[in-house]
Design a protein around this ligand. Structure first.
Ligand SMILES: NC(=O)c1ccc[n+]([C@@H]2O[C@H](COP(=O)([O-])OP(=O)(O)OC[C@H]3O[C@@H](n4cnc5c(N)ncnc54)[C@H](OP(=O)(O)O)[C@@H]3O)[C@@H](O)[C@H]2O)c1
Length: 327
């Protein structure tokens, strides 16, 4: 697969979001299936895997389930892949032994143990805490980089002002924000800032929680337990119906390119910005391969312009709704 850079680290231009193997989209597959899914993704060239300490198993009720799964799957080719995980801050983190540095270091070490590795390629601040400044976290991340525990750091769900504050303390390698055809806030400030400062943008929910695949319909029943689509406004029955013109546009281009709607959605963002590295997530092996296959769908400049114009003519109904701060 073609590659892009996160700081000095080369990654496949499409990564793999592993969250749903542990939580967020209903019942989770069994471990063997999930591990096999990661191996199959790696077999087709995926070298960038995304997890977080808080992606815990609903069924077993513990944090770190997702990191354990990813560690188990990637152990035999660890050096060939880039593993990204995330630290979620809590108010008491600055009060523990060793202060904020001691806490973050201990949490990173716990993640590393679960990931079966002695370094983290990309360590994100999962959310900015209202009472812990990004400058303080940036200082800790800089220290962890110097110590060789992490190879780069990033932030998630931040605006350009917050990003600039963090970047001034320790250069940021990547920003992981919500971004897809229907959620374009990042285009205003965050992506331009990242382009100017050689920061990678890692869109989460790149196929809008599955909507842009066209496989969600007004008749789709989301799972009852732990399925974010129950509260995502964009996924309400009214908005699923109202956003149909967007799917019609994608469908037209998909037919022309011999691709799927999900692939066109991913190819669209890859064409639009050179620093974008999406991480679609799925619990289904075939869909994972479908999403990674978007790397083979190359839009010409003319096709991109036509697609963009057609999308611009569509109104977007509803949004995903994301927590920006914790604390
Ligand atoms: N930083 C953050 O705050 C944050 C927040 C959310 C997620 N993330 C990360 O970003 C990753 C991706 O986010 P996401 O899972 O919300 O993204 P997504 O890929 O936009 O949405 C996942 C949903 O879309 C469906 N889907 C994906 N590809 C499909 C396809 N080709 N055809 C039909 N349905 C498809 C999946 O269903 P099936 O499983 O049934 O295929 C699942 O319900 C996560 O795994 C996680 O690592 C980060």
């Amino acid at each position: 697969m073609k590659t892009r850079m996160i700081g000095s680290q080369k990654v496949s231009e499409i990564g793999m979001g592993c969250m749903a193997f542990s939580h967020g989209y209903g019942a989770v597959p069994d471990e063997a299936y999930s591990v096999e899914a990661i191996l199959r993704a790696h077999d087709v060239g995926c070298t960038f895997f995304d997890t977080a300490e808080i992606y815990g198993s609903q069924a077993f009720f513990y944090v770190g389930h997702n990191e354990e799964l990813l560690g188990k799957a990637t152990e035999s080719f660890r050096k060939d892949v880039v593993l990204a995980t995330k630290y979620m801050p809590k108010l008491e983190d600055a009060e523990g032994e060793g202060g904020l540095y001691g806490t973050i270091r201990a949490r990173a070490e716990a993640s590393m143990k679960r990931l079966r590795t002695d370094y983290i390629d990309l360590y994100y601040l999962h959310r900015v805490h209202k009472q812990i400044s990004v400058e303080e976290v940036g200082q800790v991340m800089g220290r962890l980089e110097k110590e060789g525990l992490i190879r780069g750091w990033g932030l998630s769900q931040v605006d350009a002002v917050m990003l600039a504050r963090a970047h001034a303390v320790t250069p940021v390698a990547a920003v992981q924000n919500l971004y897809n055809i229907m959620e374009r806030d990042c285009e205003q400030d965050v992506i331009p800032y990242c382009l100017d400062h050689q920061i990678a943008v890692v869109p989460f929910s790149p196929v809008a929680s599955g909507y842009l695949s066209g496989k969600v319909t007004v008749d789709t029943e989301y799972e009852k337990v732990d399925d974010v689509r129950n509260w995502v406004p964009q996924m309400s029955k009214e908005n699923v119906a109202a956003n149909q013109p967007i799917l019609d546009v994608l469908g037209g281009f998909a037919d022309k390119k011999g691709a799927t709607k999900a692939q066109i959605s991913i190819a669209w963002m890859l064409h639009k910005y050179p620093n974008i590295i999406p991480i679609p997530g799925s619990k289904n092996q075939e869909r994972i391969l479908e999403n990674l296959g978007a790397s083979n769908i190359v839009l010409t400049d003319e096709e991109f312009k036509a697609l963009e114009a057609a999308l611009d003519a569509c109104e977007v109904h509803g949004h995903r709704g994301q927590v920006q701060f914790v604390g």
